[in-house]
Design a protein around this ligand. Sequence first.
Ligand code: GUN
Ligand code: ZN
Length: 443
Amino acid sequence: MATQPTEAVNLSKKIILGALLDCTADPAKLGEKAVRFEQDGAMVIENGKIIARGTREQIENTFSVVTDIEDYSGKFIIPGMIDTHVHYPQTEMIAAYGEQLLTWLIEHAFPTEKKFADKAYAKSVAEVFLTELVRNGTTTALVFGTVHSESVDAFFEVAQQKQLRMIAGKVMMDRNCPDDLQDTPETGYADSKALIEKWHGKDRLQYAVTPRFAPTSSPEQLKQCAALLKEYPSVYMHTHTSENVNECQWVKELYPDSLDYVGVYEDFELLRKRSVLAHGIHLNERELNCLHKTETSVAHCPTSNLFIGSGLFNIQQFRDKNIAVGMGTDVGAGTSFSMLQTFSEAYKVQQLQKNNLTAFEGLFLNTLGGARALDLEGTIGQLEVNCEADFVVLDDAATPFLRFRMQAAKNLHEKLFTLMMLGDDRTIYKTFANGRAIHTRDQ
Ligand code: GUN
Ligand code: ZN
């Protein structure tokens, strides 16, 4: 990089003061040692990246000429949170009453998704969706579009304008859904390829090949998905698996030659690093071994699993096999955009199975764990030098009651746990992406 006059370089730098809190490893393995906390901390950001971090004193001494200082002393600063599975077109039908997965898709999801043939409409929903994400402190997500290429163009245009790191893809589905929501193996391939060429790697945007789930893709279409992954090894593969018992039974009937549900994706060579499967509630030992062997990640979506009655995800099964797990909101089957609320439900789901999740594990799942699940460690998910400057300032006195409750919290773990159980969009004081403030709660 060409050197610039010192003054110009300094002018573009900014110091952020606050109580820096992030993970350097998985607290499920290392406990508190995996957590880094700098009560009087400071970060220096420049050109969208964190270029230094430390105590306030260290940073102020080293960067004494930098005058652009934002002071959040006394507030927690955590990495921008990562939603590893969500459907932006379902924003408008979140909280639809009374169904389980397969009827919910027919009654609520498919009719809504038809509207996304209209790009202007898609863009208006993308705007609402991304505004909601950043209001909730989420700065990266792995996102389903609809079958229409227009839905992905609209989404990426809005994400690009907000300078967000986002991964998305056009849904591929060529059977078992309404005719006007179907592509074909050939058009699904061609349209996805065109979108990859147009968007993958542009600014902070990446593409995910997105077969909806095994029931809505023919074997021919899954072959085309594999062809795309071979041609473009750095794209993601994003789909659903083993969410609902009726769905699992249906997959057995549709793919009788595969050993099990995960086996379908395995047989069509869709599993590798950067493959992310949502749910994984009803998996057998063989399927878990297969996910481990192929380095496939899983997105756990507790509010969705409870809302449409899918079942209880057992995180221990994945830990035992060293399978990367991220958290997903799965809006619109999920009921909240908030990753704090999502972790709160994850905690309860594990409680029902006699597993304990600590607040530190929650912080990990929502940040570095999500980054690992998306193969983005070193880029996002930490307040680390060279990481992108995506971070969130939390307000632990966001409401009078939260202020009251927090006074009784005795230590860091209790504070963070209370914040994660009771927190929501009001707790997100400010969200930064690419080094810029993109949401300020009180404005
Ligand atoms: N499985 C296939 N499609 C969907 C969807 O849109 N939402 C959920 N939760 N599961 C699915
Ligand atoms: Zn989903």
